[in-house]
Design a protein around this ligand. Sequence first.
Ligand code: R5P
Length: 310
Amino acid sequence: MKVFAGNSNRLLAEAICNYLNLPLGKATVRRFADQEIFVEIQENVRGEDVFIVQSTSFPTNDHLMELLIMIDAIRRSSARRITAVIPYFGYARQDRKAGPRTPISAKLVANLITEAGADRVLTLDLHAGQIQGFFDIPTDNLYAVPILARDVKEHYNLENVMVVSPDVGGVVRARALAKRLDCQLAIVDKRRERAGESEVMNVIGDVTGKDCLLIDDIVDSGGTLCNAAEALLKNGATSVTAYITHGVLSGGAVARVTSSKLKELVITDTIQPTTAVQSAHNIRVISTSSLIGEAINRTSQEESVSSLFD
Ligand code: R5P
């Protein structure tokens, strides 16, 4: 087995290799003067079971192109099998036609990865589970919930915890955490009663005196999260913490989170944290390296991956 990485998240790739007790494969991924990407695999991969770790995070298109070119280089070097390990799968929110004459870009990206030569995909907390079906190659979608649940148990008195979905679309994800923690579940229902009027946040469930844990797959602008936190505090919650798998945190999101009433935002390292994220007083990053490392190990040994979540 060999593990290589693009430039999107070398820290995570190194931590995964640490877990697997393997050196990170030697490869250079660089730019020509005109910004074309060039990849050179600097060790033999003939007949090997190869894993390429690359999140398609910001700058999304560059990181996606790096992944495609790495797959191509490794395929042409006669690897036995190539698994694209994509801890954060960008473009996932474009998973259906949102209006007339719009693309389904998640499907296009799945086609590109398959066409480049990947034999399998390993990813984590896909925005929508059905994206698995966009790939015509085996695709394992891991869940961060066991890691999040472990962290909650270390930091909270579960008797006073209420798990909250920040919108109706995230209920299944939130329910999975609530079930693992044996806690109650509440939902923030965002509604615009009339066109032109601002959205009203209704909280379904009694959060009075509770330590609320908002759970979601992505924090991007931070709007969903900060608005939900305000609504929960207005409804009598004692504190609000957010557990989110992918810290996209674009634009002014870090500033929005640091100036919000959130006690803490806990994200994972599927997207490499920026220095702003690392120095934010109320953002903490927990690692997915052992989960992804173990999934890689099991894939390579042809063992069950789903039993990681039993
Ligand atoms: C939406 O369906 C996702 O699950 C997230 O709630 C959303 O992407 C968060 O975006 P933002 O932080 O920009 O509100």
